[in-house]
Design a protein around this ligand. Structure first.
Ligand SMILES: Nc1ncnc2c1ncn2[C@@H]1O[C@H](COP(=O)(O)OP(=O)(O)OP(=O)(O)O)[C@@H](O)[C@H]1O
Ligand SMILES: [Mg+2]
Length: 306
């Protein structure tokens, strides 16, 4: 059974529990459902589409998978207006120009007999003048992990383009030819579900909805990520965070916020959480004034209790 590997072509985990153990060795604690989905994505060469609220570990899973498989990770952060060229490649205009100037100068100095413009032009479209962006990098540097982060922020056009790339993992560069991944990258797409992603894209992927962790897992994550925080403080923070998530807040706290809260409390020298301390440090865990106001108005016991 594999635990952790550093080479490029490691023996991959042979079943979901083996993958879960390997992920845990990197500090990422998945539940059974996520370990199964991630294992299948790897074994079936299918993209993994992860949806879930903010801070539940979508992006971190991709990084942990890269560590487990020993593959490099390429991250494409999506945003409104993202265009294919920003995801694929650009020609390095500045360097092309320098190359052109150097050739002209050499010609003027008599070093080159004749300036063959056609040849010169062709030489501008050499691989060394190509700036590879994440999609191309992930295909060239195979096998790799490709993280397409927050796909819900990109436009429909970009989604359609991505669908094309994900269907055959080939990119055609008119001046250079076709780039094909020798092994398809492990693709992890994440979404906060600010909008629905199209069915066609989802159909290509294995889908998993990432939930907030249950109490025991959250305590384990806090302990694992923040070894300096005491067991008691970790349990109290996990309990209070779980209570906050039940309140239907504008922005329910994710694991990242629970970690921030525990760190803030630890920084203040707290060994455990009491109502007064909770009220003073709420800014580590809640990021909307409306949410803070609501929670401040609650009796402290209601936040901290079972
Ligand atoms: N299962 C887990 N085990 C260990 N650490 C975790 C786990 N889930 C989340 N974390 C930690 O919680 C933090 C937030 O996770 P991450 O950034 O991956 O969330 P996200 O779902 O991508 O959030 P967003 O939607 O805001 O981008 C990270 O520091 C990550 O390491
Ligand atoms: Mg993320």
């Amino acid at each position: 059974m594999l635990q952790r590997v550093s080479e490029r072509t490691p023996t991959l985990p042979t079943d979901p529990p083996a993958l879960a153990a390997a992920l845990e060795a990197t500090g990422y604690l998945p539940d059974e459902g996520l370990a199964t989905a991630a294992y299948l994505a790897l074994a079936m060469h299918r993209p993994l589409f992860l949806e879930g609220e903010a801070g539940v570990g979508k992006t971190a899973l991709a990084h942990a998978m890269a560590e487990v498989t020993g593959r490099p990770i390429y991250r494409l952060q999506c945003y409104e207006g993202l265009e294919a060229s920003q995801a694929l490649y650009d020609w390095d205009f500045g360097r092309q120009l320098l190359h052109l100037r150097a050739a002209e100068a050499a010609h003027a100095a008599g070093a080159a007999e004749e300036l063959d413009t056609e040849k010169l032009e062709a030489s501008l479209y050499d691989r060394r003048f190509l700036l590879a962006r994440p999609l191309l990098q992930a295909l060239e540097d195979s096998p790799s992990v490709l993280l397409v982060d927050e796909i819900d922020r990109a436009d429909d056009e970009f989604e359609a383009f991505l669908l094309e790339v994900l269907s055959d993992f080939t990119i055609s560069i008119p001046e250079l030819g076709t780039v094909r991944a020798t092994t398809p990258p492990l693709v992890v797409l994440t979404s906060n579900r600010t909008r629905e992603v199209h069915d066609a894209l989802k159909r290509r992927c294995l889908y998993h909805w990432l939930q907030h962790p249950d109490f025991d897992r959250e305590v384990a994550i806090l302990r694992r990520r923040l070894p300096e925080v005491t067991e008691q403080l970790a349990r109290e923070v996990a309990r209070a965070t779980a209570n906050l998530r039940r309140l239907d807040l504008l922005k329910p706290p994710g694991i990242a916020e629970a970690m921030d809260w525990a760190t803030a409390l630890h920084t203040l020298g707290a060994r455990h959480l009491d109502p007064d301390l909770a009220a003073r440090t709420l800014g580590a865990v809640l990021k909307y004034r409306e949410d803070t106001d609501r929670v401040q108005a609650m009796a402290g016991g209601a936040l901290l209790g079972e």
